[in-house]
Design a protein around this ligand. Structure first.
Ligand code: NAP
Length: 329
């Protein structure tokens, strides 16, 4: 019988392996309009931490005792749906498990693009790349000539932001943990990189961006966001994408430089990837070209085996990944 990870209990602070349970599941027989998918790649993402709390948000919370969900790429192994045949590769949201029965409404058939691995649809050509693309170009209205600061720049969304910004003619400053990740961000084309563990961010950003910043792409919140307030130029635009620094703390964030929002007329814009689903075609056309031309490259951190999915997820909060964190089944 196929296995699926279930939420055993709601985490308090940083989750532990005790919050998860791997159990066998019985799959229902296929109804018309459904397919059975065997997963090949699972995505683990920081937003899943929010779904483990029993709070109302932009996606419903996971239920205790039920399987977890998330982006996945798999192969159709049985079909009772028009347009889907065994062997087709599909993307869907029944992740954290080996097999699932999925209705066609929840499936996207993957195109075969020479040189592009199927897992890219969980990375640069999927939620990750789309979040970077729309956050930078629409939420923050970034344009050629802007000085852009992006946090978690060695991560999945951050590394895409660095590369898109460079492809579009911007100056980019990234921040990441430790010299190895900083070298990686530099290799993506960033003009300057801050190791945020090496010293106070307000000082490091002053050195990396002596003229200040026009755009901040926030993946972290906390001291990163505060340093961005401190060094924002007039009419700076902040895309508020995520605040991973606060996902496990339970404490409100404090800001020392937030008053600069007034003097610098800073615009803050929160956004969610799904806001841009109607514009998916536009994204694929432009990002597809940047990927095909090699301007945007994919780096994945791959963890093998369904049993290691919780570890891969937990690793996001301790920086175990460079680029996109994926589980390969
Ligand atoms: P990711 O950046 O690949 O992985 C998380 C990274 O965050 C880690 O590698 C780590 O890098 C860094 N990190 C973890 N804890 C930190 C802390 N306390 N302070 C500073 N950095 C920390 O994950 P991702 O999927 O690309 O997501 C990045 C952000 O975008 C997250 O905040 C996520 O919630 C958000 N997001 C938002 C949307 C949306 O629709 N708005 C969609 C996708 C993702 P270091 O080792 O460099 O610290």
């Amino acid at each position: 019988m196929p296995r699926a990870w279930h939420l055993k209990s709601r985490p308090n602070g940083m989750p532990t392996s005790d919050n998860f349970e791997l159990k066998e599941v019985t799959l229902a027989d296929l109804a018309d309009g459904q397919v059975r998918v065997r997963n090949r790649w699972l995505s683990v993402d920081p937003y899943m931490r929010g779904r483990m709390n029993d709070v109302k948000s932009y996606v419903p919370p996971f239920q205790v005792g039920e399987p977890l969900e998330g982006g996945a790429v798999g192969e159709v192994v049985e079909s009772r749906a028009d347009g889907f045949a065994p062997g087709d590769l599909v993307m869907h949201m029944a992740g954290w498990r080996e097999e699932a029965v999925v209705p066609t409404a929840g499936l996207n058939k993957l195109p075969s693009i020479p040189g592009i691995g199927e897992q890219a649809f969980l990375g640069n050509l999927g939620l990750t790349g789309g979040t970077a693309y729309w956050g930078l170009l629409d939420a923050a209205q970034a344009k050629a000539g802007d000085i852009v600061f992006v946090s978690a720049a060695a991560g999945a969304v951050g590394s895409a932001v660095v590369q898109i910004a460079k492809a579009k003619g911007m100056t980019v400053i990234g921040s990441a943990r430790g010299p190895e990740k900083c070298d990686f961000v530099k290799s993506l084309g960033a003009d300057a990189v801050i190791d945020y563990k090496a010293g106070p961010l307000v000082k490091s950003l002053a050195e990396a961006a002596p003229k200040g910043i026009d755009v901040y792409f926030d993946n972290v919140g906390g001291d990163h966001l505060d340093a961005a307030f401190a060094h924002a130029r007039k009419d700076a635009r902040f895309a508020i994408c995520g605040m991973i620094d606060g996902y496990n703390s339970g404490e409100p964030m404090a800001f020392r430089y937030i008053m600069r929002v007034i003097a610098m007329r800073i615009m803050l814009k929160g956004f969610i990837f799904t806001d841009y689903m109607p514009r998916m075609g536009e994204f694929i056309a432009d990002m597809g070209q940047m990927v095909a031309s090699g301007q945007v490259k994919e780096r994945d951190t791959i963890v093998d085996g369904l049993e290691n999915t919780p570890d891969a997820f937990l690793g996001l909060f301790t920086g175990k990944n460079t680029g996109k964190m994926l589980v390969r089944l």
